[in-house]
Design a protein around this ligand. Structure first.
Ligand code: SF4
Ligand code: SF4
Length: 362
C-alpha cells in the first residue's frame, strides 16, 4: 500500500502523569508514572516532525500541563509551522500558558474533558474539586478569548444529563462538544460493567443526541454523533444505491494512514485508542523510519486492503456497499483483536436488527 511520507497529524502524549484519578482513564495515568521523554528528547522529535512536514500536532497525555516544562515544550512547538491542539482536564491552566496561547494564531482547539454539567456528576468520575479547578481554567480562557471545546464520554453516570451538559457548554462558551462512547481501555476496564450503557441505554443516548444535534447543530459533535449521522444517511439510502467506490472496503480508520501517536516513553502507536500496539520507539529510531518501514505499521495497514464481508458478522449483509468498517480499537478492547468487527459502527446493531451491547459482545 502506498503511504504518504509523513502523517498529517501526530498526537504527542508528553506525559503519563496526571493530577486526577479518573474512573475511566484510557491510558491508566498515575501521579508518578516514570519514563517520559525529556524536554530535549521531545524537542528533537518535534524538530523531526517539522522537517518531514507534519501539519498538525495534538498535545495530550496523561495530563500534559502537569509537566513543569510544559511551557518550554509549547514554546518550542510554537516556533515551528504546526497547527496545534491541546487535550487537558482543564485543572492546571494558568496565566503563563494562557498568555502563550493568546499570542499564537495557530491554536485550533483546547479540548477539556467534561463528565457532567455540575460538580456532583463531574467529580464522581474525576475526583472531588476537579469541576471547580476546571472552571477556574475556563475563566482564564474566557478572559483571553481563547476558544475551547469539551470532550464527553457518554456513560451511565451522565446519560440523564446530556441536555444539561449541552446547556452548560453553551453557557460557558464552548465551541463544540465531542461526545464519544466508553471503551474498556485502561482503568475503565475495572469500572466498565458499572458505567457501560446497556443496548437500551445506548439507544436512549443516541435518540437524545440526535435531538440535541438538531437543536444545537454547531455545538453537538464527536465520534458518537458522527456515527449517528452516518447511520441516518445509510437508513435513507436503499442498499442498491450505495456508493460503489467504497463498496465492501474498510475505509474508516486514519490510524497509520493519515495520523498516529507517540506515547510518553517514545513508543509510536497507530492511535491513542490502541495504546499497547507499539510499532517502534523514537528513542531507538527516527520517527520517519518507523512511519515508513516498521513491520507494525505495515501489518496494521493491511486492514485497508481487506474486504468488509471477510468479517463473519458481515457475510451476506446488504450494507457492505456503504458500511465503512468502523474502528479497530473497539474489537481490540473487546478481546477480538485488531482485525475484528466493530459492533459500534454496525448499521444492523444501530437500527436494532441485531441487539447487542459491548458487554454482550465481549
Ligand atoms: S483506531 Fe479508531 S479512533 Fe483510532 S484512528 Fe482508527 S478509527 Fe479512529
Ligand atoms: S452493517 Fe454491520 S454487518 Fe453489515 S457490513 Fe456493516 S458492520 Fe457488517
Amino acid at each position: 500500500m502506498k503511504v504518504f511520507s509523513a502523517p498529517q497529524k501526530v498526537t504527542l502524549n508528553i506525559t503519563n502523569r496526571c493530577n486526577l484519578n479518573c474512573l475511566y482513564c484510557a491510558v491508566s495515568s498515575t501521579k508518578n508514572a516514570p519514563g517520559d521523554l525529556t524536554l530535549a528528547e521531545w524537542k528533537a522529535v518535534v524538530d523531526e516532525l517539522a522537517r518531514i512536514k507534519v501539519f498538525h500536532l495534538l498535545i495530550s497525555g496523561g495530563e500534559p500541563l502537569v509537566r513543569s516544562d510544559f511551557g518550554a515544550i509549547l514554546k518550542h512547538i510554537l516556533q515551528l509551522p504546526f497547527r496545534i491542539s491541546i487535550n487537558t482536564n482543564g485543572t492546571r491552566i494558568d496565566n503563563d500558558y494562557v498568555l502563550l496561547l493568546a499570542e499564537t494564531n495557530r491554536l485550533d482547539n483546547i479540548q477539556i474533558s467534561l463528565d457532567g454539567p455540575n460538580a456532583k456528576i463531574h467529580d464522581y468520575i474525576r475526583g472531588h474539586g476537579s469541576f471547580a479547578s476546571m472552571m477556574q481554567g475556563i475563566q482564564l480562557l474566557q478572559q483571553y478569548n481563547i476558544p475551547f471545546s469539551f470532550f464527553v464520554v457518554v456513560c451511565r453516570n451522565n446519560l440523564k444529563y446530556l441536555k444539561q451538559i449541552v446547556l452548560f457548554s453553551k453557557k460557558v462558551g464552548a465551541t463544540q462538544i465531542a461526545f464519544c462512547n466508553l471503551l474498556p481501555q485502561g482503568s475503565a476496564i475495572e469500572h466498565f460493567k458499572d458505567l457501560n450503557l446497556s443496548f437500551g441505554e445506548q439507544k436512549e443516548a443516541e435518540a437524545e443526541l440526535r435531538r440535541l444535534k438538531k437543536l444545537y447543530p454547531d455545538l453537538v459533535g464527536g465520534s458518537l454523533v458522527q456515527t449517528i449521522e452516518w447511520m441516518n444517511t445509510i437508513s435513507r439510502a436503499p442498499a442498491s444505491e450505495h456508493t460503489p467506490e467504497i463498496a465492501n472496503k474498510i475505509t474508516s480508520c486514519g490510524g497509520s494512514i493519515s495520523e498516529c501517536s507517540i506515547r510518553p516513553e517514545g513508543w509510536v502507536i497507530p492511535c491513542d485508542r490502541l495504546w499497547d500496539c507499539k510499532v517502534g520507539s523514537v528513542r531507538e529510531d527516527s520517527f520517519q523510519s518507523i512511519w515508513l518501514h516498521s513491520e507494525g505499521f505495515r501489518n496494521f495497514r493491511t486492514r485497508y486492503s481487506r474486504r468488509l464481508d471477510s468479517f463473519k458478522e458481515c457475510k451476506n449483509c446488504i450494507y457492505t456497499g456503504v458500511c465503512k468498517g468502523g474502528c479497530p480499537a473497539i474489537p481490540y478492547h473487546l478481546g477480538k483483536g485488531i482485525d475484528g468487527w466493530d459492533p459500534l459502527s454496525c448499521y444492523k446493531v444501530f437500527s436494532g436488527q441485531k441487539k447487542l451491547s459491548l458487554l454482550e459482545y465481549q
